[in-house]
Every structure is written in C-alpha cells, then in structure tokens.
Design a protein around this ligand. Sequence first.
Ligand code: DGJ
Length: 719
Amino acid sequence: MDPIHLRAAGVSVVVGFGTGPEQLPRIEHWGGALDGDLPDLDILRAPVPHSSYDEPVVAGLVPLGSAGWLGRPGLRGSRDGRAFSPALRTASVEAAGDGRGIRIRQCDPDAGLEVTTELTLHPSGLLEVAGELTNTGADDYRLEELGVCLPLPAAAAEVLDLTGRWCRERHPQRSAIRQGTWVRSGRHARTGHDASLLFAAGTSGFASRTGHVWAVHFAWSGDQELYLDALADGRRVLGAAELLGPGEIVLAPGESHRTPPLYASYSAQGLDGVGARFHEWFRARPQHPAAPRPVVLNTWEAVYFDQGLEALLELVDSAADLGVERFVLDDGWFLGRRDDNAGLGDWIVDPDVWPDGLTPLIDAVTAQGMEFGLWVEPEMINLDSELARAHPEWIARPTAEAPARGGRLPQEFRRQQVLDLAQPDAWQHIYDRLDALLTENDIAFLKWDHNRDSGELGHDGRPSVHAQTLALYRLLDALRAAHPDVEIESCASGGGRVDLGILQRTDRVWTSDCNDALERQTIQRWTQAVLPPELVGAHVGPTRSHTTGRVHDIAFRAITALFGHFGIEWDIREASAHDRAVLAEAIALYKRHRHLLHTGVRVNADTADPKLALHGVVGADGAEALFALVCLGSLATEVPGRVTIPGLDAGRTYRVEAIDPGDAGGGEPAAHPPFVQVAPPAWLPGGATASGGFLAEVGLPMPNLAPERALLLRLTAID
Ligand code: DGJ
C-alpha cells in the first residue's frame, strides 16, 4: 500500500504500511517538512539484529506483541483471558480530500476486535490522533487499555514534563532519556495539579527558542498516563492512555470505546515553536472567545465567605471606578454555605444572606456596565446539605451498597464528596438547577470549580472516572447549548483541571490559587507553553499574598497579570491611592494592548541568567510587541548586561520604550523601588531605535531591576 503524506505549516507526517499480509500501518516520520516526492520507504527497513524476531520490529500505530513489539502495548484486554493478543490487519484506509487527515481501520476477526485510528494534521501543524476500539466478537471484551502513541526519533535526548501541587502548578522537570519507561500518572479523577500539560522530548539542551522538540498533550480531564517508552532495541514512543480501573470498560458485542485525542506538536524552534502550533490551533476553533477578554474582579480573596449586599455594593462601585468589566461572585452565596463545611449541592440563593436574591447585586453590577459572573461547583456534594439528606444514593462511592446498607463512602476531602453524575437523575437534577440559575438571573459567566481529588470514584460498585468525566462533558455541552452566551471558566482548587478536553467546552482556566506574582511568573509561563494567554486567568492579588505571605509592589503584580486574562482578586476598597492609580494605569494598558496580547505570538527569551526573564507577545504582523523584563531573584552579575529581544521582524526598525506602570502612582513612594542602580542604561529614559535583527542579535543593556520587580518594554515598528 502506498504511504500517505500529510503536510502543514512546516510539518510532515508520513504513514507507511508493512509489506506483509497485515499491511501494518506505522508513522515513518513526524517532524520537519519533507519536500518533493517520497522515496520508496523500503529504504527505511531496519536491520535484523541477533537474538531477535526474524523480521524488523516497528512500533505500529497500535503497537502489539503479535507484531513483535515488546514495549508498552497499544491495546490490552481480553475475553476472560482469551483474545489477549490481537493480531491486527489493515482493513481500510481513507484519506481526507484536503490531504490533512487519515482514518485507518485494522481488524482481527478471530479476536473479534476492530481498531480505527484517526490522524488529523491541523493547519497550524498540530497533529491530532485518536483511536476507537469496537468489539466485533460475540461476547464481552474487558478493556484494560487503549493507548495512542507516536514514534520518537533517536535524536531526542532529554524529556521535559510539568508537575506541581496546589498553588504551584505546572513547573518543569527535565531529565536525560534513558532506556526504560518514564511515566507520569494521574489518579485524581480530575486532571490534577501535577498533570503534565506538556510532555516534551527534544535534542540535547533544547530551550524556549532552540532545539528540535516533539511534544504531546492528552486531552482528558480524568485519570491518565503519559509515557515515554525507550526500548533496549533503540525504538522509542511517546504515548498516552486513559487509566482505567478493573472492569471499568466492558464492551458488549457491537460496543465501542474511543480514546481522548492526543495532540502532538513538533518544532525545530524549541518550546516556543511547539507552543505556537497549539496557540494557533486554539485560536482557529469556532468556539474560541472572540470578544475582548473583560477585566475581571473576583470576590474570593476580597471577602471570602463574608458575603453581604452592602459590602459587595461598595466593591462593585470601587471596581467600576477602576474600569473593571466583569464582577464575579465567588463561593458562599448558596444555601447554608457560610464556610466550606456545608451547602454544596444546594444551588439555591441563600435567603439568610441574600433576602432579595442576587438581583440587587446583579442590577448594581450591570447598571455600572459590567457583566456578572457566579461561582459554582456542580460535581460536588457536602454531607451537610439538603441534597445529601434527600438523595444520599447520589453520592459516588466504591461500593454498590449505600453506607446505610453496609457500603462505605470515600474519605472526605475539603469535607465534600462527589456527586455521581453517571446516575441520570443526579445529572438531570444538577442540569435543571444550573439551567434555572442561568435562566432566572442575568449571568454572563460561570466559574466552575472542582475541589477534590478522588482515588476511588465509583458507580454501582465499579470504577467510574471515565463515565463521570463524560457525564461532566455532557453537562457542560448541554448548558452551553442552552445558554450559548454564558462563558465558563474551568477551575479546580486553582489550576487542577487544565487540559484540552475541558477547554473544548470552557472559555478560560483559573490558573492557580496562588496570586503571588513571583510564583505566577513560572506558573503562567508553563501554562502558556500550551494555552494562549487569553485563556489563562491572571489576577492582581492583595499586597501581601494570601498563599505565600510575600509582599509585592503593585506594579510587579500588575505587570504579571497583564500577560494573561487580566483581573483583580483583592479587596480594592483597602487599596492606597498610589496602588489604585497604578492599577487604573495597568487596566488602561491592558485594554489598549489586549488585542495584541491575545492574538500575537508568545515569545520566551532564553536569557543568560535564569533569574532574569524576558517574555512577551509580538503582533502577528510584527508591527508591535509588548515584553516584560522580570527579575525573579538576585542576579549573579552586577548588571544584567545586554539582553537580546527575539521574535521581532528582523528587517523592520522598532522604537523601544520602557514603561513602568508604577510611575502612575504619583509622589507616593513605591513599597519597593524598581531599580538598584546609580544610573540607568543610556537608552532607557528616552527609548531606543534599532532593527529587529539588531535587537535579536546584539540586544540592549537592561537596567538593574530589583528582585521581584518588572519593567514593560513596548516596541513599535516605525517603517
Ligand atoms: C477554589 C478556587 O480555586 C478558589 O479560587 C475559590 O473559588 C475557592 N475554591 C472557593 O471555594
């Protein structure tokens, strides 16, 4: 069978077929664009070493023991032990007319199994791969794993993945690729704070702007594994699979199971090149938020559970004066929710706190020209709630029996349990409550939270993370269909549910509960390795961070929040006149630059000192750019030296201006001066003029920023 060649945006994917009767499909190349005609791919047949199978072994699209693959199999399962080793043969190949997609069906009639693999190369060069297994046999097939994987070239020498915890999501870790399997598992029944949003392998020393990188993301909000399997025979794959519990997926004759999509990005321009393919793909989706991302005020770190109309009306006025455009009422508004011990499940406005409902607050918000947003946590239930008292059988548990009949509930986590959305009545009840809330109130935005891990989520006595995750997706899809103008944020104790599965049905993520600007610099940088800035919620928090205790100047907090979807999460009634003036200036800057920030190309410079970061956004047409120079800690040298500014149009001339929003604060001294120097570099007060090529190759001497301070650099092309 002839090979199939998909191409887009400098990427080629070549699918070849074995010459034996099985015609086993395999990816012969996923990497840089191949020009011209392909040679006869038989030249790629590997040698046969001693002590090995007599035919060269390849990692097929579904690597299997029957084809000699001794690594992690692409399909595991059985019919009570039988049909444990399927031998698939290609049954049909369909190529999409636009040269961007292939659908390959492989069958094993004896095992009664059929696997269909779909590959789509999106215009940005992002490759999407998904598999579907169908039981074509006469009895039940118990699926243990259906994975999706791609071959990884020998040139990849290092693996970088992301990990984290509450308030420290998405931090990179890197190691040399050795023989063996490097696996990142998530068993949270949500994506997890430690989830590896990006799982990347690359050439030695690959960095933000250099090196060949092959990276994947698994678009799933439930249990999962990402892996790099490096075999002793030299073959390697990058893969992902849903982690299924025992007996979780049993396919009756005729039934199918589909994998979540694996998104794969290759670039010869380092991690920024990889990220750019994801960003372009996001932005091309029809549901991608098109309207300017409004400035948000969220009440959580302002008032926590201490809600009341009078105080919140003051906050509304204070927010409106600053130029806020969306006011979000966080946790604490519903029945019995005076703290985090009770109330989840009772999605009714608490008359004790809100005797006239939410209408007086919503009216005040909308009268000021702002949108109103509301917090919900629909997948959860407190035992101390009307819902749990009325329907204890709706609480997800590992046993088929209810606790009253000898069963047991999982351990509590933030005093809450999970509502079993795989039960149709429970799902419908929650849908009806949310639908009523959205119908009866003028709500433009839901902050959709999920505040617990679950290591033993069950339905009818069987593991149910898969069913629960799909039920959540159905719930979001149904609500969006009924209320298409309502935007939804994915939050999970901060950034515990950031993945492309949830983002296909939500409009931004709450990136982290940590609003400390220093921590945010790293969290946002790595979240944006996959997500474009407009989907990354970034709020200016209180002067002293509530989660770390650090104190940061308002200008540093504001500059940090500018490079995302900007908001405030602070009781601004207590802000000083200086801080309000700087905040107002930052909001004005954000409004002036949000089109650039949310449509341009994200750039992360590889600086010489890891404590000095330079990151920014260059407009798609190269005409303007906004960068932040950020001092993350004490530098190793007395002066930072010349810092190169990459990503500009080399042939254009730019005017470079430094902007410190702190200057808007007037006479009141900043809590923490931005510079530690006797005199600034010569160019700084008046600005500099240089070509993009000069700025990328030679750079500019940068001022001595104090630790935990930042400066904006605005670049405008003048030719
Ligand atoms: C966790 C979220 O991340 C916070 O922003 C806040 O909404 C709380 N939950 C409310 O309980």
